[in-house]
Design a protein around this ligand. Sequence first.
Ligand SMILES: Cc1ncc(COP(=O)(O)O)c(C=O)c1O
Length: 425
Amino acid sequence: MNKLAINGGPMAVKISQPHFVWPPKSDKKEKKVLGLQRDKDISIKGSSGPILELEQKFKKFLKNKVKYAITFNSGTSALLAAYFALGVDEDDEIIAPAFTYHAAISPIFILKANPILIDVDIKTWCIDPNLIEKNITNKTKVITVVHQWGHPADMDKIMSIAKKYKLKVIEDCSHAHGSKYKGKLVGTFGDIAIFSLQANKIVFAGEGGILVTNSSEYNDRAILLGHYRDRAKNDVINDFYQQFWFTGYGLKLRMSPYNAITAIYSLCALKKRLISRKKCLNYFLKKLKQFPEITVPYISKNIDMGAWYGFKPLYNPEKFHNIPREKYVEALKAEGVEIKIPQSDSLSTLPLYTLQENKMFKNRKNEKTYRIGDFPNAEYLGNRGLSLPTFTDWKKSKNIINQYIDAFKKVNNNFNELLNNSTKK
Ligand SMILES: Cc1ncc(COP(=O)(O)O)c(C=O)c1O
């Protein structure tokens, strides 16, 4: 076999980059609608036009299992609204996974609540339900669940713990549009669910988020947190909350109509994209199984991967002559593979979660701070993950995937060159 590309040999991947471009380009119709909106209304104060259409379509996508849907300018804003809607308050404790994107939890700091991080399941990357109960105290208010990379968390166990201890559940479905747990769509289990619609997501607005719930009280409170005037006046139901319609609670976190239009078009394309992404990633996964140095993403029984937001196999250096992950990734990159070390890591590595002093409120200390070593599984995953494209176009991607597999094979066969290469450095 040829010399590795990292050592001057020919590249295994012949198709030129980029191999994965997301979000997909708009079609003529979407462009036209975006243009028309420019002269119709570029600031929707109530729920009308594309804002209303997106919210209605989103409820339909969730099989009308949720009564209310509220758009926001980001998933992070929707999360802040979710915590606020549930009444999260000073010193409340929020149980949440130690490995995820920080924004699933970080908005609680502004409400002066405390995160109680829990290690994740090493197979699914989701919060480990078996570790939740021993962390519940009389301050616990919410369990936050993230369906990490699109794999649903163990909702049966989580919902039964929540019921037993009368806790609220927020589902962060930002990675999991269309994922199902035992046949039921994620976003329909908890008290509130949110979906980020940021550009990298399979349903994308550019920047945007959406909150869904069946509770009129949570709906009222979430509206008031991020919307005022028309939206609050028209949609807040409860008389007490209605009196705040003019001001809301002082923030304006609403979505722009342009973002709503883009989200509507990507939501309409979702079904097709889900099928195609699954076909690509299942094919890729099967082929990757031949390499002992790789652990392919785990998919439990009774789940449907939906958006499959991240494709993150693990790299096992002990099965590959202890060649470091960085070197392995460098070699594959040189072969032409679009691979990187994921940016996400255990939250126990981030200052917001590790510093005792609270930067936002000078006289306040974080109740609990975290250190490296606290979450063995989260850190194991953080140290071993590989980030590969979430291919979505089967026709274009099949050949690329085959060439990627050639690149993995080449690196696997020529491990000696990497050993020499790493000793040279
Ligand atoms: C799990 C999760 N929650 C929340 C967010 C925040 O969403 P946004 O970027 O729309 O604010 C993200 C963003 O990637 C995410 O991955």
